[in-house]
Design a protein around this ligand. Structure first.
Ligand code: UDX
Length: 451
């Protein structure tokens, strides 16, 4: 067992699945380097301490009341949490800092999700270094950081007539790819992003769930613009799986079902933890899957379809009609699913974790970006790395069927499969000894120890 260094790190994840996973993976990595770990978390979407016996957990009051505790409008949710958590977090940390000094173990630094912009003010007041974890791509950060310029130049708010226009300041993005999150008042979103960017720049460094070769151009550009150290140590799931930080129960029968399917034949369909679709879109997806005649494993998360509990809008007898060719579940052990030899394609919402997980397993993608950074990720998958296609038009069953066949059975899909093997190899070797992420992790540990 790795000897403890007597240095404790406080990690504060954002309570959303796609943010909790990488933060707890990072916590495991830092624990393996000898640091003691305390996870501070909100009551909303709290992680399960029983899955992490080596860590200390502390819940702070998040002040969410009734319907506020919902991911329906993530901008409203995280803006509110940034306000509500300031005092409880400050008071708890202040007390901890004084008590630990007498215990002998030093608290080295704070690592918070970048979206917790309020935490920089707390860190400054208490005189403790704060590093941030970025759970989305570097390329999407560039898009978020450019929001003031994009507003000034009239690219934002997006106008229907300009959607296909390139944005010369942010190649290879078009107006439709710019990262925005719909909320009741767009000013709230712009304000939130500007606070996140300002406080990220004021932090002691950025830990990024990406890796050097994948986003080299964006990383190099950022390094010229930003005066703080950057540690691209990803993909974090390569070191520790996301199973222990899941918020929903995984349906393990998906693996025994995949065991009965032929190699590279199954399309895995999942739109992550936040995206929602309308009932009409849900039905087009169902018929597109059925008409494609390909086997499919489809995650329909409760709440995915607006105004439905789960599968109520599905036509009666749908699953019987597709026979053994389709399986619908509520939540998958996604990493295991993507690593299964039966999987031949991934229809994804292009969340950054899902994109990295798919690249690591060499699974080509059908991208259906829904919010924020997902539009940027989709553009890179389809146009830069060329390991997937993008479903950009309105969801229609005929188009869905066509795109599924393109990726699963046509030559084009085979070419993507060959190209993605290059990234699979790079992603797998970067975390091995001597690889770029391995080296960045070493320098991150040394940097933290120097505080
Ligand atoms: C959103 C953003 O789009 C993402 O880019 C950002 O970094 C975090 O917030 P989300 O909708 O949660 O993300 O998607 P994604 O980033 O792909 O994360 C989902 C996680 O849940 C992945 O680690 C995936 O493996 C896991 N998952 C998903 C499961 O374990 N089972 C499932 O059935 C579906």
């Amino acid at each position: 067992m790795q000897q403890r260094l007597g240095q404790q790190i406080i990690l504060f994840p954002l309570p959303l699945q796609g943010h909790l996973n990488p933060m707890l993976q990072l916590a495991n990595l830092l624990y393996s380097k000898g640091f003691s770990i305390t996870i501070v978390h909100t009551e909303f979407n709290s992680p399960n301490p029983a899955n992490h016996p080596n860590f200390t957990f502390h819940a702070i009051a998040d002040g969410l009341k009734g319907s506020q505790a919902s991911t329906q409008d993530s901008v409203v949710l995280v803006s509110l949490l940034n306000i509500n958590c300031f005092t409880p977090f400050h008071d708890w940390l202040s007390e901890l800092l004084s008590s630990k000094i007498s215990d002998g173990e030093s608290i080295t630094c704070l690592i918070t999700d970048a979206i917790w912009h309020f935490a920089q003010g707390v860190a400054d007041r208490l005189n403790i270094p704060r590093l941030v974890l970025k759970t989305s791509s570097v390329s999407s950060f560039a898009g978020f950081a450019a929001i003031p310029l994009l507003l000034e130049k009239g690219y934002l708010p997006k106008r229907e007539s300009l959607l296909e226009e390139p944005v010369p300041e942010l190649p290879p993005l078009r107006v439709k790819d710019l990262p925005v999150i719909k909320t009741h008042d767009p000013e709230d979103f712009y304000g939130l992003m500007s606070s996140v960017e300002r406080e990220t720049n004021a932090s002691a460094g950025i830990i990024w769930n990406t890796f050097e070769q994948l986003e080299e151009t964006s990383l190099n550009k950022l390094r010229q613009e930003i005066g703080i150290p950057i540690f691209p140590v990803g993909p974090l799931h390569k070191f520790f799986t996301a199973s222990s930080s899941r918020l929903l129960a995984q349906d393990l029968s998906s693996i025994s079902w995949l065991n009965q399917q032929a190699t590279n034949t199954v399309l895995y369909v999942s739109f992550g933890s936040l995206a929602t679709i309308t009932e009409t879109e849900f039905l087009e997806i169902a018929w597109g899957l059925a008409n494609s005649k390909q086997p499919f494993l489809w995650v329909v998360r409760p709440g995915l379809v607006c105004n439905s509990e789960w599968l109520e809008p599905l036509p009666k007898g749908f699953l019987k009609m597709v026979g053994g060719r389709g399986k619908i579940i509520k939540w998958a052990p996604q990493q295991e699913v993507l690593a299964h030899p039966a999987i031949g394609g991934f229809w994804t919402h292009s969340g950054w974790n899902s994109t990295l997980e798919s690249l690591c397993e060499g699974v080509p993608m059908i991208c259906f970006p829904c919010i924020g950074d997902q539009m940027v990720n989709s553009r890179y998958v389809s146009h830069i790395w060329k390991v997937g296609v993008s479903l950009e038009k309105r969801l229609k069953r005929e188009e869905i069927e066509r795109e599924i066949r393109r990726v699963m059975v046509e030559n084009e899909g085979q070419e993507m499969r060959e190209r993605i093997m290059y990234w699979k190899e790079k992603l797998n070797s970067c975390s091995r000894q001597g690889g770029s992420s391995y080296n960045y992790l070493e320098s991150l540990a040394a940097y933290i120890s120097s505080f």
